[in-house]
Ligand binder design. Structure first.
Ligand SMILES: [Zn+2]
Length: 296
């Protein structure tokens, strides 16, 4: 029957409570290293914002095997304010990297001096809950955890960039195909007004250009389908619906398909419709540019 001590590194006390962190920042103004002048938050001279410039350091480490680890210390004592001291990032790093130079007694002396200074100056930091979260992340996540989190964030951001790029290309191709399609119809409508344009000529034109127009239409349809799968932006989906509806095959084009010479009012209706289609795709392009702009 063994009563073996836990293996190395197996004990890890919980991090301090939010209340303790607020208390620590509420009773200190600058780094606890007595000669260090760095305030716990530094002012960004350009934006006027305060930026976290410090961390909570443990006098006796939170994890077994860490700096100044005390096997006899209870968890309650370990996460108590008396075992914790706010330090600038450099000093927080230094006392854990070279613990032989920074004994627990020495750090307790720093802490007494920090509190004494607060007693005199009454200067400290009043943290919001969000700021406490920042302090916890800066103080108690390992560098590895923070690096991994950064890698995940970068990968996710790259995925989003790719998705936006795919959507931009789909929209650009779709708008290009729609322009070709409307240009072709505009050309035949315009030509049909001339006397030299007879039924046979129109039939030939449609035969010659029909394939290109059909493939433009096919591209518009299939890109619209892909775009619907790719995007969740409601404005973009609405613009896409409007454009696809506009380019649908309305009766306004019947005179052309019949190969008859179109009358003036029929041509006017066709032009109106073509302008409507162009506007709808232009709108799709504009919304796409706005929504899918690179975040800066
Ligand atoms: Zn410092």
């Amino acid at each position: 029957m063994s009563n073996a001590s836990p293996s190395a590194g197996s004990i890890e006390h919980r991090t301090p409570t939010e209340g303790t962190i607020k208390q620590l920042y509420g009773t200190a103004w600058r780094c606890g290293e007595p000669t260090c002048k760095k305030p716990l938050y530094r002012l960004n001279g350009d934006t006027g914002e305060y930026i976290l410039n410090s961390r909570i350091a443990h006098i006796h480490a939170r994890s077994q095997g860490g700096a100044r680890w005390d096997p006899d210390m209870s968890e309650a004592a370990n996460r108590d304010a008396s075992n914790l001291i706010p330090l600038c990032d450099t000093h927080a790093w230094e006392i854990d990297q070279t613990p032989q130079h920074f004994t627990a007694d020495m750090l307790r002396e720093w802490k007494r001096a920090q509190l004494a200074e607060y007693q005199t100056l009454q200067r400290s930091w009043s943290l919001t809950d969000a700021e406490v979260t920042d302090v916890v992340a800066a103080s108690f996540t390992t560098l590895e955890e923070r690096l991994l989190r950064g890698i995940h964030a970068a990968a996710e951001s790259a995925r989003q960039d790719e998705r936006r790029q795919r959507q931009r290309l789909l929209i650009a191709d779709t708008v290009h195909a729609a322009n070709n399609w409307t240009d072709a119809l505009q050309a035949v409508t315009l030509s049909s007004a001339s006397d030299r344009w007879n039924r046979r000529a129109i039939t030939e034109w449609v035969a010659d250009n029909g394939n290109a127009m059909a493939s433009d239409m096919q591209l518009i349809r299939s890109n619209a389908r892909k775009l619907r799968l790719e995007t969740r932006y409601r404005n973009l989906l609405e613009a896409l619906d409007a454009a696809e509806t506009a380019v649908g095959n309305p009766e306004v084009f019947d005179p052309i398909w019949r190969g008859s010479t179109t009358k003036g009012e029929e041509r006017a209706a066709i032009y109106r419709h073509l302008n409507h289609v162009k506007r709808a795709f232009l709108n799709l392009a504009e919304i796409g540019i706005k929504i899918l702009a690179d975040p800066s």
